[in-house]
Design a protein around this ligand. Structure first.
Ligand SMILES: [Zn+2]
Length: 314
């Protein structure tokens, strides 16, 4: 099974050849939730990096965590102060140049103030996201506020900011038009770092690759028109089933990207060491959906922190 998987990866040219060192190719690493590191050499981009994995509130409509009874950590409620697990973060993130945030929910933004202060990375996100950073006194020159539609050049990469929409949680009853206001002061509660503030997707053009990044289980189909990513990080949690032909419409709109990496499919309220078997079993349906929609697409279910090197673009 493993062997055939490797052969198919090599066939479609996703994996780098053994002769290349990882530092010479674009490499992705999954942090859990919607969190990723995308790096090339010393250039490091982080996406929705959330490593603290607090025993916190679950999304609306989500069943209780399979780990709930075994989790001996303190439980965090909405009124509790957000606290980053700095030792876990420090053991996995040494540097970052840019941090891209898709929306202002705590499982996307909670660790961004600590990471921005630690790495001095530039944080790109909505006004809502930047107001959370301002509460933690992150310098204004580290903040780039976007709303969707921008296409920015940064030298080592370019970034198309894509208007998007949030997962249809709680059987489509989730809705938020709330934005985190200016003028908040840290430390913030989980509730204060949880007004959605609108949702974005990002197309990162980096070293010949085009990497499309989502932070959840929805998209605006017309915003996909004209995009030709070779890699797509696609929300694969259960709420995608609320969306009509979620995987099929997306794969067709994107003209069948070579590689899909499922994101936001794990139980982010469970610590790293806990079993994710329930989520791993559930995500296999997503893998099948993508294979049905696009036989030429490779799907890799990422393991936490395991490097996924991309082949040099053709
Ligand atoms: Zn969210």
């Amino acid at each position: 099974m493993l062997r055939s998987a490797v052969v198919s990866l090599v066939t479609v040219g996703i994996l780098a050849t053994g002769a290349r060192s990882q530092s010479a190719v674009v490499t992705l690493k999954y942090f859990g939730a919607a969190g990723w590191e995308i790096s090339y050499g010393t250039t490091v981009l982080l996406i929705d990096p959330y490593l603290s994995r607090l025993n916190g509130p679950r999304p609306p409509g989500a069943p209780p965590s399979a780990q709930h009874d075994r989790d001996t950590r303190p439980a965090f409620g909405w009124a509790d102060r957000a606290v980053s697990d700095t030792s876990t973060i420090d053991s996995h993130v040494q540097r970052a140049d840019f941090i891209l945030v898709t929306h202002t929910h705590y499982d996307h933004v909670l660790d961004v103030p600590y990471l921005a202060a630690k790495t001095h990375a530039t944080v790109i996100g909505t006004e809502s996201t930047e107001n959370v950073l301002r509460a933690y006194r992150i310098a204004e020159d580290q903040l780039i506020t976007v709303r969707g539609g921008e296409d920015y050049e940064f030298g080592t990469f370019s970034l198309k900011v894509i208007p998007s929409i949030h997962s249809a949680l709680d059987h489509k009853h989730y809705f938020s038009s709330a934005t985190a206001p200016r003028g908040m002061t840290a430390p913030l509660t989980l509730e204060q770092m949880h007004p959605e503030g609108g949702t974005l997707a990002y197309l990162i053009r980096f070293r010949g690759h085009q990497i499309l990044v989502f932070g959840g289980m929805n998209y605006i189909e017309r915003e996909m028109e004209g995009l030709r990513p070779d890699v797509a990080l696609v929300g694969a949690g259960a709420s995608r089933k609320e969306i009509h032909d979620y995987s099929g419409r997306l794969m067709r709109a994107l003209h069948l990207p070579a590689l899909v990496l499922p994101t936001h499919w794990d139980d982010f309220t469970a610590p790293y060491g806990a079993s994710q078997q329930t989520s791993i079993d559930a995500v296999q349906d997503f893998v099948r959906e993508i294979r049905v929609a696009s036989q030429k697409t490779t799907v890799i279910v990422p393991k936490y922190f395991e490097p996924i090197p991309l082949a040099a673009p053709k």
